[in-house]
Design a protein around this ligand. Structure first.
Ligand code: PEP
Length: 265
């Protein structure tokens, strides 16, 4: 069974003071679900060191929000994957829609970043998703397949092994508007089918998480389908209680799925 994961994307928020207060409360509140749900925190680069120290031996992983497409050298302002690995990162977001839209990262850029993360022995969390216009034109899967294909063409299916895919409809990120549980389940299923067609077993083994205005109040609905292996959480990850309640909703779903499996024998 795929272990569910909850990933906090703090985006460009926080301070030394607020991070400390947030994490102390969050760690205490997440303790009951740590065995069932994996958790990763992706702070802004300058706080990686602080967050790494606060996470200590809690079992909660450190992640970064991006990595350079270059391994090293004259790339002012960039941070390489090997630096992130040295800082203790286990996960790195690649292709977040804010990076694609605001910083013009193309599918090829995203593929190159993915490759760097892989070469530095970390796990990429590859963000894919359509705009509202693309969804309304029935282009959702065409867009997602194009985004996935760019990475597969660059690194091959073997390079995808163990990575995480985050389905994040662009129109649901930071907008308060969420996809319906049916849209989420349907799109996750279609992504699995696509991966399965690329390589037998890939669809079943990869974790696919949902992101886009997940809150404590809608998490149980959004996580209802076993197609959903967790969440990538932006705004709600800046509040300890909200984030841990989302964790609780995911842990409950897992427990329900397990007991249904036990009943079926
Ligand atoms: C995100 O940043 O990946 C995200 C899903 O943000 P939010 O939860 O705020 O929509």
């Amino acid at each position: 069974m795929r272990k569910p994961i909850l990933v906090a994307n703090w985006k460009m928020n926080g301070s030394l003071h607020s991070n400390q207060a947030l994490l102390v409360r969050m760690l205490a509140k997440l303790r009951p679900f740590r065995k069932t749900v994996e958790v990763a925190i992706c702070p802004p680069f300058p706080y990686l060191f602080q967050v790494r120290d606060l996470l200590g031996y809690t079992g909660i992983s450190l992640g970064a929000q991006n990595a350079s497409r270059a391994p090293s050298g004259a790339h002012t302002g960039e941070v390489s994957a090997t630096m992130l690995q040295e800082m203790g990162c286990r996960y790195v977001l690649v292709g977040h829609s804010e990076r694609r839209a605001l910083y013009h990262e193309s599918d090829n850029d995203v593929a190159a970043r993915f490759r760097q993360v892989r070469s530095a022995n970390m796990t990429p969390i590859l963000c894919v998703g359509e705009t509202l216009e693309e969804r309304e034109q029935g282009q959702t899967m065409a867009v997602i397949e194009r985004q996935l294909r760019a990475v597969i063409d660059d690194i091959g299916m073997a390079g995808l092994t163990g990575c995480i895919i985050a389905y994040e409809p662009v129109w649901a990120i930071g907008t308060g508007r969420t996809a319906t549980p049916e849209q989420v389940a349907e799109t996750h299923w279609a992504i699995r089918q696509f991966l399965e067609n690329c390589e037998a077993g890939a669809g079943e083994s990869l974790r696919i998480v949902y992101g886009g205005s997940v809150k404590a109040g809608n998490a149980a609905d959004l996580f209802r389908s076993p197609e959903v292996d967790g969440g990538l959480i932006g705004e709600a990850s800046l509040q300890a209680d909200e984030f841990s309640d989302i964790g609780a909703a995911l842990a409950n779903r897992v427990a329900e799925t397990e007991s249904a499996c036990d009943t079926l024998g």
